[in-house]
Design a protein around this ligand. Structure first.
Ligand code: ADP
Length: 232
């Protein structure tokens, strides 16, 4: 479903990605781990079309994104890709419900349809009582769940998450972990998650290890991760 082929990226003299090959299947939740500076976020940004590779190709659902111009790419991104960042980046002047609806309205979905979908997603997130609250009235974990709902509003083919639990305390982290697990069971949603959070990585289907711009090891054994989950 997602194919990364021989992707290279430098910032000035610094070569950050040194030939990345990776495939992600539909419905798979993949975590990307590795030391700071390994190139994880850069890879995520390139896969998410927010950053351009110097060489190599990204294919999502057989669309070769390297061939797309800016406008087509922006349109593809809004329709097909969801993002969750470490800091939720919700708009403070809007309610939780409005924040979730915004990407749908940008995509010209009708107001009533967007609202119905946003309400459904916020309910799945356990936020049915918090929809009319503004971000400042929500806890860190709640804000992050709103951000996940917002990422899902346009039925993306994939959600890219960069350190989604990075700014959360232990309780909120645990809540986000169970949310990811539940989403996998309920939505069959494809996720690629960059994380330092070992517990979050342990509940994903597969963990990719990066070091110094390369993928150094792949654990493809889903069972080993499920076993870890059973031992939590
Ligand atoms: P990770 O997510 O594994 O910590 P990053 O992909 O964020 O790694 O960064 C890899 C390297 O690229 C780091 O040395 C970082 O400083 C550098 N880098 C990332 N983005 C930029 C940028 N926009 N301009 C210059 N250097 C960057």
């Amino acid at each position: 479903m997602i194919k990364v082929e021989q992707v290279y990226k430098s910032f000035g003299d610094l070569q950050v990605l040194k030939g990345i090959d990776l495939e992600v299947n539909r419905g798979e939740i993949v975590s990307v781990v590795g030391p700071s500076g390994a190139g994880k976020t850069t890879l995520l940004m390139i896969m998410g079309t927010l950053e351009k590779a110097d060489a190599g190709r990204i294919l999502i659902d057989n669309n070769d994104l390297s061939r797309f111009g800016e406008k087509r790419l922006a349109d593809f991104r809004n329709r097909n890709i969801g993002f969750v960042f470490q800091f939720h980046q919700l708009l403070p002047e809007f309610t939780a419900l409005e924040n979730v609806m915004i990407p749908a309205l940008i995509g010209n979905v009708r107001q009533g349809v967007a609202e119905k979908k946003a309400k459904e997603l916020l309910t799945i997130m356990g936020l049915s009582e918090r929809m009319e609250h503004k971000p400042s009235e929500l806890s860190g974990g709640e804000k992050q769940r709103v951000a996940v709902a917002r990422a899902l509003i346009n039925d993306p083919v994939v959600v890219f998450a960069d350190e989604p639990s990075g700014s959360l305390d232990t309780d909120n982290k645990a809540e986000l972990h169970s949310l990811f697990f539940e989403l996998r069971e309920r939505l069959n949603q494809t996720f690629v998650v960059v994380t330092h959070d070992e517990q979050l990585a342990s509940i994903t289907d597969r963990t990719i290890h990066m070091m110094d711009g390369r993928i150094v090891e792949k654990i493809t054994d889903q069972k080993s991760n499920s076993n870890k989950l059973n031992n939590l």
